[in-house]
Design a protein around this ligand. Structure first.
Ligand code: FES
Ligand code: FES
Length: 165
């Protein structure tokens, strides 16, 4: 039996310890916002947070996150009182019309959210290193525009843009 804390709720799952977290999320818990792309930790479609850090769940066994707090895209937009509240990153994605087909975007948003929560003013090299997610639709210019807008907004409001708005 594996115990996982996902989006603030602890669940007991009758699964093997080596099962990738992605399969536990999608197949056992029905949290299908986290996507399968490459399966080899290369594309970032499966990105979730574990204790606030971005993790590629396709190559992460559930045994490795048993003591951590896992957050998926479904749990991202929840404020401190548990109410739904779009995050600043999600709002920037809307404002800049970032997604095309949308398939990669939950992973993209999770990667950007973790980066900006950790570093509100990342330089170009840090952004490229931290947000190495693959988008087959080529939304990179709009992703970049949205990130720059979030950095500028953070500079004027002093509100970490990786947090809930
Ligand atoms: S599906 Fe996990 S990185 Fe591509
Ligand atoms: S928006 Fe289609 S793969 Fe990124």
């Amino acid at each position: 039996m594996i115990e996982l804390t996902i989006n603030g709720t602890t669940r007991q799952l009758d699964i093997e310890p080596e099962m990738p977290l992605l399969w536990a999320l999608r197949n056992e818990l029905g949290l299908t916002g986290t996507k399968f792309g490459c399966g080899i930790a290369a594309c970032g479609a499966c990105t979730v947070h574990v204790d606030g850090q971005p993790v590629r769940s396709c190559m992460t066994p559930v045994s490795a996150v048993q003591n951590g707090q896992v957050t998926t895209i479904e749990g991202l937009a929840v404020d401190a009182t548990g109410n739904r509240a779009i995050t600043a990153v999600q709002q920037a994605w809307v404002d800049h019309q970032v997604p095309q087909c949308g398939y990669c975007q939950s992973g993209m948003i999770m990667a950007v959210s973790a980066l900006l929560a950790d570093n509100p003013n990342p330089d170009k090299a840090t952004i490229e290193r931290s947000v190495s997610n693959v988008c087959r639709c080529g939304t990179y210019p709009r992703v970049s525009k949205a990130i720059q807008a979030l950095i500028a907004e953070q500079a004027t409001t002093n509100t970490p843009q990786g947090e809930t708005a």
